[in-house]
Structures are given as C-alpha cells and as structure tokens.
Write a protein that binds this ligand. Structure first.
Ligand SMILES: Cc1cc2nc3c(=O)[nH]c(=O)nc-3n(C[C@H](O)[C@H](O)[C@H](O)COP(=O)(O)OP(=O)(O)OC[C@H]3O[C@@H](n4cnc5c(N)ncnc54)[C@H](O)[C@@H]3O)c2cc1C
Length: 338
C-alpha cells in the first residue's frame, strides 16, 4: 500500500492531520478539489490556537502574518454594550489571532509539504470512495484510478464528503440558520464587535490593518444578504458576499475501522461559536495521532475509534449547549417549529 493515510480536504483540519502523521514518518496523501487560495471564512482565531500552532511548528509564520491581536471584544446586547476579555493566565491576557484565511491556509499547506506530504489538487477528477468487498473504507478513486490507504481522513468541510459517500444522514440540531459574510475597506474602533438582534446576530472584525470582515447569521433560510448599515459607508473589499448554511448538524458517523471525520465535516455550529478553526485543527491533530498510534502498534483501531467518537461528540454537545444560551429566547419558539 502506497499511503498510510489519505486526507480529503486541505483546510485547517486536513493539513493539521497531514502534518501530524507525516511528522511521525507516515506516508500521507493530501487532496483538495480547488486551487488555493480559495475563499473560506474563519479569520478570527481563538487564543487557544497559539500553543497548538507552536506544536505544529507554524506559530512563527502565523504570528508574523497576524497584524491584529485583540485581548477583548465588544458585545452589544439588549441595548447595552460591554467589553469581554478572552481570558488570562500568569503571563497576561490571552489574545485572539486575526489572520487572512488564504494566508493561514498557505502556511499550513506549506508546512505539510515540508513534512513530506504529497499534495494533489484533484479539481478535474471528482473523488469517489473506494471500498473493500465487505463495504469497509479502502481509499479513494481519483479520476477512475483506485488509491488505497490504511486510513482515510475526511476533512472536506461542511459538505461532509465521506458521510455523503457512505449514505449516512447528518443529525440536525437547530432550526435553519444562514450565514453571510463580506469584506469592507476601513478601520473599526473595536477589533471584534458582536451583537444580537431579533432576527439573528452580527459580527464585525478587523482582519488586517485595512480590511473589515462582517458576518451575519440569520434565523431561517435567506438568499439576500444585507450589508450591515454601520459598514455601508466603507467601500467593498476582497471577495464578494457569500452565503453558508450553518444549521447545527453532526455527521452521522465520526469514525470507523479505517476512517476519521474531522473539522466541519464532523460537525457544523454557527460562527458565533468562534472556534471553528480551533476545532478543525485539534480534530485533525487528534485523528492524525490516532492513525500514528495504531500504525506504531500502541493502540488498536477499536479503542482509538471509540476515543475519537467520544471526544468529538462531547465537543459538539458542549458547543451547542453554549450556543443555545447565546441565541436564547429569540429562537426558542423556532426550535419547536424546526
Ligand atoms: C460566515 C462564517 C464565518 C466564520 N468565522 C469564523 C471565525 O471567525 N473563526 C473561526 O474559528 N471559525 C469561523 N468559521 C468556521 C470556519 O470557517 C470553519 O470551522 C473551518 O473553516 C473548518 O475548517 P475545515 O478544515 O474543517 O474545512 P474547510 O476550511 O472548509 O476546508 C475543507 C476543504 O475541503 C475541500 N473539499 C471539499 N470537498 C472536497 C472533495 N470532494 N474533494 C476534495 N476536496 C474537497 C474544500 O475545497 C476545502 O478546501 C466561520 C464560518 C462561517 C460560515
């Protein structure tokens, strides 16, 4: 078998899994269907990302590329407004990391390649799942050619490629939620500002010294984004407005005998969770560590599969409980309607 691990998707989850496994000597194939840089939101990273990126040996590059590192964010709620810090320890206040997503993706992908990961952009060759005769996952079929691997890591994002290939339906846990995001040229007084309204919430963030990201989550299905009035005086910048289905959902299967499902492919919570990239990176590392442990004979696949499933489910359950508090009464009546 040519590869110990094949990874579908080269976002933060996929590259983190690939770096983890390759840095321990495993042969890793990393696949993505689009050419990078590609548009993907997720520029405000939770402060907890710093030690993790140090472990992956990308922190130096990330810190250099991050021009905005706030210690707090403004939260506007019920007509009031307050500053909330991200936390602190003996060394001082924790600082979020704001970084252009294309830059972050490029840093992680370069690190994976430096570790010997083979990267293929399979744009013209839609991936299909390769199965053994008993139905177990055996690898991927790229442009008609089978590529076997001992482990497959699905890091394909919210489309959850592997679950779709397996025909396993997601578990949907919220009413419909739609997110839009766009970019404006300008400068904000607060590097992060979050506020709720009757039909959802807004979030503004200073991504770099001259670019502002706005994100809007609306209850229900929406097709027409509406640039928040506060930013309408700023010229449009960067990619045009994009919409995303951010209804809370968990993949029907998170791990199996020869696969792991990571990042947004494992579950989606709306962006008010504020830690989608952190979760993607951690789940990728965890999946990579599981593959390494089984390959080195320290664990068996049944125990790592159970461990991964439990960890991922706990993260999702804790996240959705916390978010139910954020959305609170505004949509309690809609949950009944969902
Ligand atoms: C509007 C919005 C704002 C957000 N803001 C934040 C934020 O401020 N902070 C934060 O931490 N998180 C944020 N998030 C969440 C964050 O974007 C995601 O959690 C994160 O990108 C997940 O990373 P991932 O690696 O799992 O998936 P992705 O980053 O989506 O990467 C998946 C990759 O898989 C590839 N792929 C998909 N299907 C296939 C296929 N069939 N074959 C090959 N390749 C495939 C895709 O091309 C893509 O490159 C936001 C999300 C939204 C919608």
């Amino acid at each position: 078998m040519k590869y110990d691990m094949a990874v579908v998707g080269a976002g933060p989850a996929g590259t983190s899994a690939a770096i983890t496994a390759a840095s321990r000597g495993l042969r890793v194939l990393l696949l993505d269907r689009v050419r990078f840089p590609r548009l993907r939101p997720g520029e405000c990273l939770h402060p907890g990302i710093e030690p993790i990126f140090r472990e992956l040996r990308v922190w130096h590059a990330v810190a250099e590329a991050s021009a905005v590192r706030p210690e707090q964010r403004r939260v506007c709620w019920d007509g009031g407004s307050r500053l909330e810090s991200f936390g602190q320890d003996a060394k001082g206040g924790w600082r979020a990391v704001h970084i252009t997503r294309s830059v972050l993706d490029a840093i992680l992908l370069q690190r994976a390649r430096d570790m010997g990961v083979e990267y293929r952009q399979a744009r013209e060759e839609p991936l299909q799942l390769l199965r053994r005769s008993g139905g177990d996952v055996d690898g991927v079929i790229i442009g008609g050619a089978p590529v076997q691997c001992r482990y497959l890591v699905d890091a394909s994002g919210s489309g959850s490629w592997l679950n779709r290939q397996l025909g396993v339906a997601p578990q949907v846990c919220s009413p419909k939620l739609t997110a839009f995001c766009g970019y404006r040229e300008g400068h904000l007084e607060d590097a992060q500002r979050f506020y709720t309204g009757v039909d959802g919430w807004y979030w503004f963030a200073q991504v770099d010294t001259h670019t502002v990201n706005w994100t809007q989550v609306k209850y229900g299905v929406h097709t027409k984004p509406c640039v928040p009035a506060e930013l309408s005086g700023m010229p449009a910048a960067g990619p045009s407005v994009c919409g995303f289905d951010v209804t809370w959902r968990r993949a029907g299967t998170l791990a199996g005998q020869s696969y792991f499902v990571t990042g947004d492919a494992a579950f989606v919570l709306d962006p008010s969770a504020g830690n989608g990239v952190l979760h993607a990176v951690l789940s990728g590392i965890f999946a990579g560590e599981c593959v390494v442990a089984v390959t080195e004979g320290r664990e068996n696949h049944v125990s790592v599969q159970a461990l991964y499933h439990e960890w991922s489910s706990q993260w999702f359950d804790a996240g959705r409980k916390a978010l139910a508090g954020v959305h609170g009464q505004q949509w309690s009546h809609r949950i009944g309607a969902a």
